[in-house]
Design a protein around this ligand. Structure first.
Ligand SMILES: [Zn+2]
Length: 440
């Protein structure tokens, strides 16, 4: 007899195991600590004295957004038709210079509600004002891997030197540990912005601090062709530079990875560096299309990311999954490049693997009970009794509009599309108040 906190039953469970199984008439047991205790068909489930909750749709793990700057929701739409560098230098950085911690908390709160409403339970965030981001995530009840930005670029010295930014993260990890908060909702890592916004000695030092603590390094790599010309001139490529300074040796997540040569792909694979693929942002800023199939073939772990809502412009990982599949197909001429199953796993299990986590991203005993409940009655599903069609319809035709309920660490944080802990109307009103000031 197990003693879970609750037993959920559903006609369909997608555990996002490596085979992407479809389990019919299934149960998901959540223990009192908020972790998965059992997943499988109801017919073979162990006896339980836990309360039962019957759900009419499909259960799957919460999605993992591996590259985001969610507080930028207050800047959404600004510089909408500019390429990366003028968007960044002429519009974003001046606007971000006017943000304070309260603004960041407002942007993160509204953005996190939006993420939950698309079924995303974990986002990997690079941003400033660490406490404001943590407060927002804690208030909404989501999960975050927060890699505070470390940068040495014009205007950013108002937040300190890169050494101070690095030390602030190290001191926090040393004080509270890598993971903290209820349900270990907060993980800390390092967010060195990019090779073109930090000197090599900063990249080397941040890598050392991260490796000493087993922390994730989250860095923009080779996004647009024009961003890193001096670095490429000096070292051949950004991955080569990062390898030269020893940064690629630990737990590293390279965001974007668009401008990569075959040698770069081989180097990332050899060093075990993961990539956060952000096809929507890369397309909107005209940065290019990352070689996602080549990366996967080489054995690189690849997750999906929305990037910030000021570049992407949305926070919908289902849209990124679809776009990733479409672009992989149209660039290769291969109609089987990235199947629905592969895309679903990229948004869940592979995303967790990309950030070095084996405790989220799948419905398996021992992992956190971060779950999404989807509406199966939607017309996107034309033959839901067929496993392959169900997965295909879900990824290609369904997506975020199907999301009804969300749990994080066993706690329901979205109920019938509304956040349970905060008032969505109020979070949106706060967002608009900050945006109105910034957009003038
Ligand atoms: Zn980014």
């Amino acid at each position: 007899m197990t003693s879970p906190g609750v037993r959920l039953t559903a006609p369909v469970v997608l555990p996002c195991d490596p085979d992407c199984s479809v389990v019919r008439d299934a149960v998901v047991d959540i223990d009192a600590g908020g972790r998965i205790a059992h997943v499988g068909p109801r017919s073979s489930a162990p006896p339980t004295d836990a309360p039962l909750r019957a759900l009419p749709g499909a259960l799957l793990p919460g999605l993992i957004n591996t590259h985001a700057h969610t507080p930028m929701s207050v800047l959404r739409g600004m510089g909408g038709d500019l390429p990366l560098l003028s968007w960044l230098y002429d519009v974003m950085w001046p606007a971000e210079g006017r943000l304070d911690a309260a603004d960041v908390r407002v942007g993160m709160t509204a953005g996190t509600v939006e993420l939950l409403r698309t079924g995303c339970t974990t986002s990997v965030e690079m941003y400033f004002f660490m406490d404001a981001v943590i407060e927002a995530v804690t208030a909404v009840g989501s999960r975050v891997v927060l890699t505070p930005g470390i940068i040495a670029a014009p205007g950013w010295d108002r937040l300190g030197t890169w050494q101070q930014m690095r030390d602030e993260v190290s001191a926090r990890i040393d004080a509270v540990g890598l993971r903290s908060g209820p349900g270990e909702r907060i993980e800390l890592g390092y967010g060195p912005h990019a090779a073109y916004t930090l000197p090599p000695e900063a990249l080397e030092s941040v890598g050392e601090h991260a490796r000493e603590r087993g922390a994730l390094v989250h860095i923009h790599v080779a996004e647009a062709a024009t961003e890193d010309l001096p670095q490429r001139e000096a070292y051949g490529s950004v991955p080569a530079l990062l390898d030269h300074v020893g940064l690629l040796g630990g737990r590293v997540l390279a965001a974007h990875g668009v401008q990569l040569s075959d040698d770069d792909v081989a180097l990332l694979a050899a060093r075990g560096t993961a990539v956060a693929h952000c096809p929507g942002s890369n397309a909107k800023l005209a940065a290019g299309i990352a070689p996602v199939s080549a990366l996967r073939r080489a054995g690189v772990r690849v997750g999906l990311g929305t990037d910030g809502p000021a570049s992407g412009d949305n926070l919908d990982l289902w849209a990124e999954a679809r776009l990733a599949g479409l672009l992989a197909r149209v660039t290769s001429g291969d109609a089987a490049a990235l199947t629905a199953t592969e895309l679903l796993l990229m948004a869940t299990r592979d995303g967790a693997a990309a950030i070095g986590r084996d405790d989220i991203g799948a419905l398996e005993p021992g992992r956190w009970a971060d779950l999404v409940h989807l509406d199966l009655s939607d017309s996107a599903f034309v033959t839901p009794e067929d496993d392959a069609q169900l997965l295909s319809n879900l990824v290609w035709a369904g997506g975020s509009r199907l999301v009804r309920d969300v749990w994080v660490a066993g706690e329901q944080v979205l109920a019938d599309r509304e956040p349970t802990r905060v008032d969505r109307g109020a979070t949106t009103a706060d967002l608009r108040k900050v945006a109105a000031r910034l957009h003038t």
